[in-house]
Design a protein around this ligand. Structure first.
Ligand code: SAM
Length: 320
């Protein structure tokens, strides 16, 4: 569930400044779902069997009064897990109110522990130290099981693999390396800028031997590894080299209330207009269920099939 389309970072692989700069028109306030509308949707989804909600964005901590929303969401019957993904820059002041409101888990995105590379990666005025303080604030507020997300790009932050893994081990955090994904060819994606999960596993295992294990959760998209010395776990999200479309059970709601059954789907189903024009909850549930039943998104698998047997030069051309 995206609670805002705005972000205070301009990560080149996600919201590149050339595209999301001064002239970009973000959603107007009236276009964004209100807290009441978000709650209504979450209740409907929970009624259809959804047990886990992740708040995201844009940068979700930019949404005013977010702890008030969290406090209501945790009361939704059937919802067992409420998590949030953030760039961590505002956790210093918000970790405690979010914990008090009942937020269950946090994932913090962190692409580098090198201050200069962090700056280049986030393309913002926020210093690395502010995110590290945010992580500390989360710990002091009592969050446990916090995850770190790192998007690796070839030639940019491979040097961060071991420092980040070491940091996560020391801090008791679970680090996940995510393969750089093509989000609609808007982010300069090229296949040769993807660092394959298998390569990351080999680099980390050379330093800290680890073994792969399976988690019971069928909708889980990460590969799980555990360090043999008891130093915790590592996750690898091989969205490009080993796409998992068939195992994906995620529905995505944009800040303006459109339902997407794939991160890469070109169009969503406009639930906001349906709600604002007086649609009832049972009709809303039927609409969502019908859309869910006919989903057949296989964006990443198709992309992978298209590139698998090509000579490398051709693969790079396809990657733009
Ligand atoms: N602003 C929040 C944050 O930074 O975590 C939440 C939104 S952000 C889009 C959610 C996650 O998506 C982040 O961990 C980010 O690194 C990841 N992400 C964004 N673009 C990506 C891409 N092209 N490939 C892989 N991961 C990406």
């Amino acid at each position: 569930m995206s609670v805002t389309d705005r972000c205070n970072f301009r990560c080149p692989y996600c919201m590149p400044r050339e595209r999301f700069g001064e002239g970009f028109s973000f959603l107007e306030r009236k276009e964004i779902l209100t807290f009441e509308e978000i709650l209504r949707l979450v209740r409907v989804f929970a009624g259809l069997g959804v047990a886990k909600v992740r708040l995201t964005g844009g940068e979700p901590l930019l949404r005013r009064d977010l702890p008030l929303l969290v406090a209501e969401l945790v009361l939704v019957p059937g919802l067992r897990d409420l998590a949030l993904t953030t760039n961590g820059s505002l956790l210093g002041s918000l970790a405690q109110p979010l914990k008090r409101a009942g937020l269950g888990r946090l994932t913090v995105s962190l692409d580098s522990l090198d201050p200069d590379r962090f700056q280049a990666s986030s393309d913002s005025a926020v210093p690395l130290a502010q995110v590290l303080e945010g992580l500390e604030a989360a710990r002091s507020a009592g969050f446990q099981g916090t995850k770190l997300n790192c998007v690796l790009r070839r030639g940019f932050n491979e040097a961060d693999i071991l420092p980040l893994a070491g940091f996560a081990r020391d801090q008791g955090l679970t680090l996940r390396f995510i393969e750089f994904m093509d989000v609609g060819t808007r982010n300069g994606w090229r296949l040769d800028s993807v660092v394959p999960a298998a390569e990351v596993a080999a680099i980390v295992a050379r330093q800290w031997p680890m073994e792969r294990f399976r988690k019971a959760d069928p909708g889980c998209v990460a590969q799980h590894w555990r360090y043999l010395d008891g130093g915790g776990e590592l996750g690898l999200i091989a969205s490009v080299t080993e796409p998992f479309c068939s195992g994906c059970d995620r529905a995505r709601l944009s800040a303006d209330g459109a339902l997407y059954t794939c991160l890469f789907a070109p169009e969503g189903l406009d639930l906001k207009t349906f709600m604002r024009s007086g649609g009832s909850d049972p009709d809303l549930a039927a609409l969502v269920a019908a859309r869910w039943k006919r989903r057949d998104d296989r964006y990443s698998e198709r992309r992978s099939e298209a590139t698998r047997d090509l000579p490398r030069a051709e693969m790079y051309r396809l990657g733009g």
